[in-house]
Ligand binder design. Structure first.
Ligand SMILES: Nc1ncnc2c1ncn2[C@@H]1O[C@H](COP(=O)(O)OP(=O)(O)OP(=O)(O)O)[C@@H](O)[C@H]1O
Length: 462
């Protein structure tokens, strides 16, 4: 049984979720607005009856879920004995970009409304199985398939270039900036770099700079001494010290204030820090990998980001392409997630209808690999054993958005045509990527050369 906080202003929805989760043995505190949720959160700490997870609607009468998260973090700063609970955001499909952004600010996962009960249960189960602090650790998998890798690299040109750079920079001591959209796999790349380095047996510590206020950032980075401020009831080691000998991953570094950037630069340069309220300098030896979803160079040029810090971090830069730029690998990623999710959910849904596949190809995946993984999970969860997964299991708004953005390409009623259009587009893209080397193209597309020639003729691609 878990103790849950549900922040939701829609009374009907709140009652439904409460009824459903109570039936599954959980206990909920229902809060219709941020104010009451903060109050409930404070009480849970005072009574030591901590929440195991938070379920949050995004739009609320007195703000949004991110405002609540900030307030929770501020509360926790005063009460270091409590932990930040795993949080799930429930959002409409139209807010998917917001949801993806929220993941950078401490939200662990999101599900789209209308909420499917099975999906909610599964997401909650995963959230509860995580041990979450300010740094998010990947879920401890209950079981691991012997031949399904934890990550899939892809074989396309973009993947080749990406992992070539990773292999090159991994074993060095260089600081790295990883640039890429949210959910594209920056943290995975950072961990891969760490695992290739001589520091691999020392800690990899990830810190989400997007979720830190100024005060919080200083104590999170450098730690504090007992009595440094009200609420500092004992010494706390900062993330730099935790990462000593290993790698510190600074996610969303562009979100740090100018003031914190100065402190960070000083520590990186001098390799020494002084905890808040402390007197003794502490020597540190960490490799820094920073991630950003926007071009920090622009930020540096426009004065938003300190140029000296940028140059100090930018000893090597890696660009992680968004999923929509990895069309040649999209099919393999879909297959990979199908196999992995079936294994994790103990299901065997391997048939996906051509219409559904066509929709998955058409979509532009703003939430990248994270979104693809979530959508596949939903499809497998909602498809009964022995059936074919179909478009009906996609969120309705997602279906609508795909059809709406591709009306000129095909008549939505004519899904066969839509599929053919997509096939043509994919073949053309791959051919361009391999500079019209047909053997290579056939290999990437996983068809034989004869089939490729047949399709080139059929679609009149020259
Ligand atoms: N190569 C991969 N193969 C399989 N899954 C992947 C791969 N790369 C990333 N993922 C999955 O996609 C999700 C997002 O990855 P990750 O956290 O590394 O992205 P990110 O770019 O750091 O996101 P954010 O900007 O939101 O922090 C995770 O669930 C991760 O397991």
């Amino acid at each position: 049984m878990a103790n849950l906080l549900l922040l939701e202003d829609d009374k009907t929805f709140s009652t439904i979720i409460n009824g459903f989760l109570t039936k599954h043995g959980h206990q909920l505190v229902l809060c219709p607005n941020i104010e009451s949720a903060i109050q409930a959160f404070r009480e849970s700490i005072s009574s030591k009856n901590y929440f195991d997870a938070l379920l949050l609607d995004y739009h609320l009468p007195d703000g949004n879920a991110m405002d609540f998260i900030k307030a929770v973090r501020a509360e926790l700063e005063r009460r270091p004995e409590a932990q930040f609970p795993p949080s799930i955001m429930m959002t409409s499909f139209n807010d998917i970009r917001t949801a993806v952004h929220a993941l950078r600010s401490g939200i662990l996962d999101y599900i789209t409304k209308p909420v499917h009960h099975e999906e909610l249960l599964q997401t909650l189960k995963e959230a509860l199985s995580r041990n979450q602090g300010t740094q998010q650790q990947p879920a401890a998998k209950a079981k691991k398939a012997p031949n399904i890798p934890e990550f899939f690299q892809g074989k396309g040109e973009a993947a080749e270039k990406l992992y070539k750079y990773v292999d090159l920079v991994g074993p060095t001591e260089l600081s790295v900036i990883i640039q890429g959209e949210s959910g594209s796999g920056k943290e995975h790349i950072a961990r891969t770099i760490h695992n290739l380095s001589p520091r691999r047996n020392s800690p990899f510590v990830a810190i989400d700079c997007g979720a830190l206020s100024n005060e919080l950032a200083t104590s999170e980075f450098f730690g504090y001494k007992k009595g440094a401020f009200t609420g500092a009831i004992q010494d706390k080691i900062g993330q730099f010290e935790m990462a000593n000998g290993g790698t510190l991953f600074l996610d969303e570094i562009g979100n740090l204030s100018y003031e914190i950037q100065i402190k960070l630069l000083r520590v990186i340069q001098e390799r020494v820090l002084v905890p808040v309220g402390g007197l003794q300098p502490v020597k540190i030896d960490v490799r820094i990998i920073a991630a950003t979803n926007y071009d920090l160079l622009n930020g540096a040029q426009s004065g938003e980001f300190r140029e000296d810090l940028y140059h100090r971090l930018n000893e090597f830069k890696i660009y992680v392409p968004p999923l929509r730029e990895r069309t040649e690998d999209l099919n393999s990623f879909i297959r990979y997630f199908i196999e992995k999710t079936n294994y994790e959910l103990d299901k065997n849904i391997t048939n996906f209808s051509p219409e559904l596949m066509s929709m998955l190809y058409k979509y532009d995946w703003p939430g990248n690999l994270r979104e693809l993984g979530n959508v596949i999970k939903r499809l497998i969860l909602l498809t009964p054993e022995g059936s074919t997964a179909s478009v009906e299991a996609l969120p309705e708004d997602m279906r609508y958005s795909i059809v709406k953005t591709a009306p000129q390409k095909a008549n939505p009623a004519n899904l066969k045509k839509l599929q053919e259009e997509h096939e043509k587009e994919m073949i053309t893209n791959v051919l361009h990527q391999v500079r019209f080397n047909k053997s290579k193209a056939a290999k990437i597309l996983q068809i034989d050369r004869k089939t490729l020639y047949y399709k080139l003729e059929k679609y009149q691609i020259s």
